[in-house]
Design a binder for this molecule. Structure first.
Ligand SMILES: C[S@@+](CC[C@H](N)C(=O)[O-])C[C@H]1O[C@@H](n2cnc3c(N)ncnc32)[C@H](O)[C@@H]1O
Length: 216
């Protein structure tokens, strides 16, 4: 084993020492479970990492595909300046409304805009020409990740960053015999990120892994 494997004890240590989850986000998580929204949001240590990243690049405009209950959108919006904006796309109208409600409770209604629809449609139809964005977070249906990358790349500023969640594909990313369409989608996405001459990329092994690329 090269490097240090992230044990549960180490992850707990990271979350405790560098907290990104406050009482509101904890409440959001449990309200989402009550509302039968699956608990597939980013992990608290991913949220901390993204907040550091957003501040490091001076991000103001963020684009997200895959809102769920708004956990990542709220985490990101908190790391933006007062005039910053997270535009986030969600297929499921119930989840979109839930996320709007929690953005309001977090006092972030003016910094989080939830668009309802299929990611590809919203990007092509509603958000064409809406760039440049400083940061894009792809966290929706895995088979469409490469499509999202193709659509989002021209919308990014130079020095902006694209991040795709689940870059470790639940531990299956390096499996050459993978059949699951979501795993295949993530393998294709990581390969596409690595192959784009406009990007310099790295895979950050926190949570289920984030493939991040800076636009050259
Ligand atoms: C992993 S969750 C997003 C988690 C969220 N980013 C967070 O960390 O709080 C993926 C979300 O993408 C949504 N989704 C799935 N297919 C989609 C599509 N084609 N377009 C937009 N959203 C989609 C799902 O409904 C789900 O809420």
């Amino acid at each position: 084993m090269k490097g240090t494997p992230l044990t549960d004890q180490i992850v707990e240590y990271m979350i405790e020492l560098f907290p990104a989850e406050d009482a509101l986000l904890r409440e959001l998580r449990s309200a989402a479970i009550t509302a039968e929204i699956p608990a597939i949001q980013i992990s608290p240590e991913q949220a901390a990492f993204m907040q550091v990243f957003l501040r490091a690049i001076g991000a103001k405009r963020v684009l997200e595909v895959g809102t769920l209950g708004g956990y990542s959108a709220i985490s990101m919006a908190r790391a933006l300046p007062a005039d910053g904006m997270v535009t986030t796309i969600e297929l499921d109208p119930f989840r979109a409304e839930f996320a709007r409600g929690w953005a309001k409770r977090a006092g972030l209604s003016s910094k989080i805009e939830v668009r309802v629809g299929a990611g590809v449609d919203v990007l092509e139809r509603d958000l064409a020409g809406s760039g440049p964005y400083d940061f894009a977070f792809i966290d929706a249906d895995k088979p469409n990740y490469v499509r999202y990358l193709d659509l989002i790349l021209p919308m990014m500023r130079r020095g902006g960053v694209i991040a795709g969640d689940n870059a470790l594909a639940w531990g299956e990313i390096a499996n050459p015999n993978a059949q699951d369409p979501s795993v295949l989608g993530m393998q294709a996405f990581n390969r596409a990120m690595a192959a784009r001459p406009e990007l310099q990329c790295s895979l950050i092994p926190i949570g289920d892994g984030m493939c991040v690329g800076v636009v050259l």
